[in-house]
Design a protein around this ligand. Sequence first.
Ligand code: PGA
Length: 250
Amino acid sequence: MALKKLVAGNWKMHGLSADLAEVEAIASEAQRYPAVDVALCVPSILIERAARAVPGFPIGGQDVHHAEKGAHTGCTSALMLLDAGAVLTIVGHSERRDAQRESDAEVKAKATAALSVGLSVILCVGESLDVREQGGAIETVTAQLDRSLPDSLEGEAELAIAYEPIWAIGTGKIPTMPEIAEMHAAIRATLRGRFGAAGEQVRILYGGSVKASNAGEIFGIRDVDGALVGGASLTAADFIPIVAAGAAAS
Ligand code: PGA
């Protein structure tokens, strides 16, 4: 049976107090689509205000430190995210893997730390354009995933995977539908290999230039269980049609 779709927004480094009205609009309009789970991952400093503005609507972080607490200037722990009102967090986004040089081992530690306090996790993986052009995307992404996954899925919090080709993020370019299908099937096989039947229940999101105009086609692909949306999640006008496409495909 198909999994319920999850459409999550990644606001990246966008969002001031004035944008809380947009959070409210998204949360309110998302209620029209109960067939889809919707969430917004906002800058950490906005989490508490966003969570207060939209009680019951899932607000998440975009990164988390792997340590419980300690001498880590500028970092945010899983308990801090939870304390601020977050219920999920992204880990391993390619922008952090690149700019902050996060390794797969670190991403695994972050995912494990978040899940252990009950935060759901969206764990990102994806290949560079070079790797895609050289024909190594499947091997690269499944190996990256294998090294980044937590050891177990025990506990209440949910793990989801986001396949985000680096070259598709913010560029308007997306892989072909067969390429997305092939990658999601490979990710599913990796999850099944690691977690058995529980691996069938892990939602696999596609991310990278998802818009209202391409969401319907992407959501129609087997093993695409939702989307992680950057630029098009910043306003209800752009984001809600993607949620609606998710509902239509459900
Ligand atoms: P985009 O970003 O939708 O703006 O391409 C997606 C992401 O980086 O999560």
